[in-house]
Design a protein around this ligand. Structure first.
Ligand code: 5GP
Ligand code: MN
Ligand code: MN
Length: 331
């Protein structure tokens, strides 16, 4: 990671500099939390002209609508067209930035904070650490090097990011360093019980019933080797409409599917347009799902990855089966 160049780029900003923070489409806890937490830190650092935005459908998912720093957000078409500095959070490639890629080209400098092994090294200055559990780990490292102390607002954002990307500190990426960072964040006085309930354990009754319907249609496809099966289900826009639910509620669905004991790989196929599906993949370890996702045009991590699939649900799942059928069943 090019810490010295990143620190220099921020320190070199003149007082009137315009800084634009961006993150990946359909922002999750890490994208929003690391972007807003770092944004609040830049405020404390003295950056006055500061905006944050993300591509695609506007609107922050309900579980994140209490985050400190939301006031930094502007609609993407109102975001600085040629900022002095653009800082990108949690996006592995330019394809995750939609129409905001042009800001990267037009910006005076571009800083990329990320932790995806599949990061394509787009942009100018790279702070990309594939060993970091979340982009917020990188964000905290840069705030520290800029001399910005943590406060409860910054910490709440970074804690949301860290706890979502580690699955509440359950995933393999949960190293001693992750718990040490969590300890620093908690020392600011933030309340982990309240935060966890808001982001993990609260959903509308309509979503509970929608999950019921979608889980009933889950399919388990056993593989030759024990524990190497695939479990998958799908949800259409019609399913969402029937229960009057926004699309983000489906983000938690994969967690109810991936617990299937008989399957190493789990998958949720979520309709985003007529013949377009956002696919979530999870692995318990034997299969590298980021390789599957990359082969199908997406990206992610070994244990959690995704891609956009076109055609029918059956066509999309067929492509996953084809990728799983071959050399990917390793270990
Ligand atoms: P999720 O299933 O929670 O949406 O995403 C899991 C992981 O896969 C995340 O790290 C995310 O960055 C990555 N991912 C999900 N969808 C896509 C996609 O369409 N393209 C790319 N490049 N990565 C994705
Ligand atoms: Mn993310
Ligand atoms: Mn992340």
């Amino acid at each position: 990671a090019d810490w010295a160049a990143a620190v220099a780029a921020v320190r070199a900003l003149p007082a009137a500099a315009r800084v634009l923070l961006i993150c990946h489409v359909n922002p999750d806890g890490d994208a929003l939390g690391s972007m807003l937490g770092f944004g609040l830190g830049l405020r404390r650092f003295g950056v006055r002209n500061l905006q944050a935005t993300f591509p695609g459908p506007p609107g922050v998912p309900e579980p994140f609508r209490w985050l400190p720093g939301l006031e930094l957000l502007v609609p993407q078409d109102e975001a600085y067209l040629d900022p002095d500095l653009v800082i990108c959070f949690d996006a592995a490639s330019e394809s995750r930035l939609g129409d905001l890629v042009d800001r990267l080209d037009k910006a005076g400098a571009a800083l990329v904070l990320d932790h995806h092994a599949s990061n394509t090294r787009f942009g100018g200055i790279h702070l990309v650490d594939p060993h970091a559990a979340a982009t917020s780990v990188v964000a905290e490292g840069l705030l520290d090097r800029l001399g910005v102390p943590l406060d409860a607002e910054i910490a709440a954002c970074l804690y949301v990011a860290l706890s979502t990307d580690t699955g509440s500190f359950r995933f393999e990426a949960t190293t001693p360093a992750v718990h040490e960072m969590a300890a620093r964040l908690l020392a600011t006085g933030i309340r982990p019980g309240d935060i966890s309930r808001l982001i993990f354990d609260t959903r509308p009754f309509g979503a509970v019933r929608l999950f019921g319907e979608v889980l009933v249609r889950a399919r388990l496809e056993r593989a030759a080797a024990a524990g190497r099966g695939l479990v998958w289900t799908y949800a259409t826009r019609e399913d969402l409409a029937r229960h009057d639910q926004p699309a983000y509620v489906l983000e938690a669905l994969i967690d109810s599917v991936r617990c299937t004991a008989e399957a190493d790989v789990s998958c949720v196929v979520k309709q985003v347009a007529d013949a377009e599906w956002a696919v979530s993949l999870r692995s318990k370890g034997a299969v590298d799902v980021s390789a599957v996702a990359v082969a199908l045009g997406g990206g992610g991590h070994r244990f959690a990855a995704g891609f956009t699939g076109r055609g029918s649900v059956d066509e999309v799942v067929d492509r996953i089966r084809a990728e799983l059928g071959g050399a990917l069943l390793t270990g």
